[in-house]
Design a protein around this ligand. Sequence first.
Ligand code: PGA
Length: 257
Amino acid sequence: MRSNSRKRFWFCGNWKLHKSVAESVALATTLREHLSATLLGSHDVVVAPSTIALAPVAHCLHGSGIQLAAQDVFLAHQGAWTGQTSAIHAHEVGCRYALIGHSERRQTGDTEDDVAGKVRAALQAGLFPVLCLGETAEQHRASKSFDHLAQQLHNAFAGLAPQAVTTCLVAYEPLWAIGTGLPASPEWAQQVHAFLRKQLETWGTMVAESLRIVYGGSVTHHHVKKLMEQPDVDGALIGGAALTAHSFGDVINEAIS
Ligand code: PGA
């Protein structure tokens, strides 16, 4: 049984396309002022601004201990790919992580093969991939959650060496919970996370034990504590509640209280 005491949680605010560049810098500045050095030394706090805001936000957060994630990166590193974001460029401007396969990217065209390629591209660029996966409401109702999640996990990591998989994170984000105000119950999140961890034994028990599996989908300060108390929940990917420094801070403080 995994222990929750002394767990280093991973919290990421996914700003999606909600903030202008100026607003992103302003929010990063406020977070920098308000999040304590003790908190940032004990847990990982990450923000994921829009691609165009990455460089200015990186500049603003430099030396703060708050880390940066790209919301997506492309399969190829360079070439004739109009409009894409290179994982190498994301790394170059200061990103440590890249969200890969977020359901909002999958809904706008990312296939399972794209997701697998993006995981590899991120790894090659020296980024830590955060593989997002989750089932739809229909799959959930039809009791197909576990089959779907296993398929997404294995497709994304197939053929990767254990050393590569161990640098990734997995974010379980059920589509029926994202932006709905109705998060998964702590019991359901635990059941799914434990299942995913079992699946990760494909890459060895060390990988399965150490890889961080975070939950996303309508996380607020009301629900976060019980979710984070689950032994297999290692953090949260937070959308709506990360859009102000106040609510993001509330979620984190409640989680670690
Ligand atoms: P939400 O978004 O917290 O607003 O549900 C989470 C996400 O999409 O990553």
